[in-house]
Design a protein. Structure first.
Length: 190
């Protein structure tokens, strides 16, 4: 009887330690659990039982986009981590590395993606795009050329479009963070 009890206990322990689900989902669970919390970034899961789709909100603490609240959707495929997450900005914004359809030009989402990278790497990359936009690798050529030619005009255009202005025929979304006191008065940027 003791032998049967010990065998059942061993089987139960082996079952408990056995990974549940696809390897990509196990890796995704691990990566999500390792996301570093930040007061400037929120991660939300619309469907708590589906970790393959989630949203991120980023509020840059400084720079051209300070005072804004930028929203991204993440979609993780079955091939993760061998395939980078699909990330879209869900707002129309004036940014050299984000086009008006929301596509993001970020090297870790394209040619530099490697399975050793994780969701935190993508979040960090997105944060850096707002702190240090890169006009040398643009998706929005107009924003990039404005930034290269005249940084003051670029800063003004960013601030105006963040409040929902239309610029050169493109209607931009109001992305100002209603909880940020600096967002209420954009004149201090001029």
């Amino acid at each position: 009887m003791l032998k049967i009890w010990k065998q059942k206990k061993t089987e139960a322990e082996a079952q408990r330690l056995k990974p549940k689900g696809l390897p990509s989902r196990i890796r995704l669970q691990k990566d999500i659990s390792e996301i570093i919390p930040s007061k400037d970034t929120d991660i939300k899961f619309p469907n708590t039982s589906d970790q393959t789709r989630f949203n991120m909100v980023y509020r840059p603490p400084t720079g051209y986009y300070e005072g804004g609240e930028f929203r991204f959707s993440f979609e993780i495929s079955e091939n993760y981590p061998h395939e980078a997450p699909k990330v879209l900005c869900t707002q129309t914004i004036f940014h050299p590395n984000i086009d008006t359809e929301g596509h993001v030009c970020l090297n870790v989402l394209r040619e530099d993606w490697k399975p050793v990278l994780n969701i935190q790497s993508v979040i960090f990359g997105l944060q850096m795009l707002f702190l240090e936009p890169n006009p040398e690798d643009p998706l929005n050529k107009e924003a990039a050329s404005t930034m290269i030619e005249d940084r003051n005009r670029f800063a003004r255009t960013v601030r105006e479009t963040m409040t929902g202005y239309t610029c050169n025929g493109v209607s931009y979304d109001n992305v100002m963070d209603p909880k940020n006191p600096k967002a209420k008065n954009i004149s201090h940027y001029y």
